[in-house]
Design a protein around this ligand. Structure first.
Ligand code: AHR
Length: 326
């Protein structure tokens, strides 16, 4: 068979058109067909604390209520596994992916892979690096708390209620995650320039109870004069309480304890006098996440960020709010 110059030109034109179509398709956010039920994925980051379990229960409960099929994965604290989980969901033909990205950067390839496969992604609770992926272009939107505001509210309460306490240890969440970055920013910015407070140390405890305890233990040895502990989540705050008690200090009295999340265990610890203030991070995502998917399928304009409201707990309202805490 002889191939003419005309055949080559036709083949090149077809290849160029196909590549242009592929590039145009990649530039657009994938659509979601209008249907009664869907097969969707929920890629969870880990399940090692009550907050994550409450979030998963909320998502699974909502899927069941609506009769949607939910493909659930647990990345067990590994961003690499979470990327693999998303790829496996793509292979299983899910129609939309709810993703709780463990860290801001490593999950970008997973978002892009879903987009290339024509599957819309909704980010839940944690955000990604905004210089690498954009809402409305690479993923539909982010649904979750305003983490900067959570850190700011804790700092504001601390400044107003410190009663002479001033030397702070901060236990940060998972390095590279949006809640760790933003809760630190909100808190640090609020106290910056306030000469009455000193941040003695700020170190990660990976949102983990035992790591929080170990880090608090080490930092309390290095800074025995610390009288405030601000933990980015309940788990690390509860770990820090063990470290304080082991060091012969009274949490909540000798040392002010501040936290974010607001699970039932920590609200009870406020009532017990061991914790002073907690900003809730609302884990009840199910109804809002599924409503947003439906709104997206209906062609409604979806805001880049949908912010969950967070409660705030102190001794003033802890007993009354205990039944409402997750
Ligand atoms: O992204 C939200 C944070 O992640 C919660 O504060 C923490 O407990 C969880 O693991």
């Amino acid at each position: 068979m002889t191939i003419s110059r005309r055949d080559v030109l036709i083949a090149s034109a077809a290849a160029a058109a196909a590549s242009l179509a592929a590039r145009m398709a990649l530039a657009e956010l994938p659509k979601l067909a209008k249907k009664d039920t869907y097969k969707v994925g929920f890629a969870q980051t880990e399940s090692n604390n009550p907050w994550r379990i409450a979030q998963t229960n909320s998502m699974q409960g909502e899927a069941e209520k609506r009769g949607w099929q939910l493909v659930y994965t647990d990345a067990a604290g590994s961003a690499a596994k979470q990327v693999a989980d998303v790829n496996s969901m793509i292979a299983q033909g899910v129609e939309l992916i709810f993703l709780a990205p463990r860290e801001e950067k490593p999950l970008i390839p997973a978002i892009m892979a879903a987009k290339a496969a024509g599957i819309p992604v909704i980010l839940l609770d944690r955000n990604v690096d905004q210089t690498l992926a954009t809402a409305g272009e690479d993923y539909v939107c982010f649904i979750g708390s305003d983490f900067v505001e959570e850190g700011r509210r804790i700092a504001e309460w601390m400044v107003a209620n410190a009663n002479g306490k001033s030397k702070i240890i901060q236990l940060e969440g998972t390095t590279g995650s949006s809640p760790a970055n933003d809760r630190k920013k909100g808190f640090d910015d609020f106290i910056a320039g306030n000469g009455a407070f000193t941040l003695l140390a700020s170190q990660t405890g990976d949102f983990n109870r035992d790591k929080g305890r170990q880090v608090a233990e080490t930092l309390l040895q290095a800074h025995p004069d610390a009288d405030i502990i601000y933990a980015h989540n309940d788990e690390m705050a509860i770990g820090a309480i063990s470290a304080l008690e082991a060091a012969g200090k009274k949490p909540g009295t000798d040392v002010m304890v501040l936290s974010i999340d607001g699970g039932r265990e920590i609200v009870q610890l406020i009532i017990d006098g061991k914790v002073n203030a907690v900003c809730e991070c609302n884990p009840r995502f199910g109804p809002k996440a599924f409503d947003t998917a439906v709104a997206y399928a209906n062609g409604e304009a979806i805001p880049a960020k949908i912010i969950n409201p967070d409660n705030f707990y102190t001794i003033e309202n802890a007993a009354a709010e205990l039944p409402n805490a997750y």
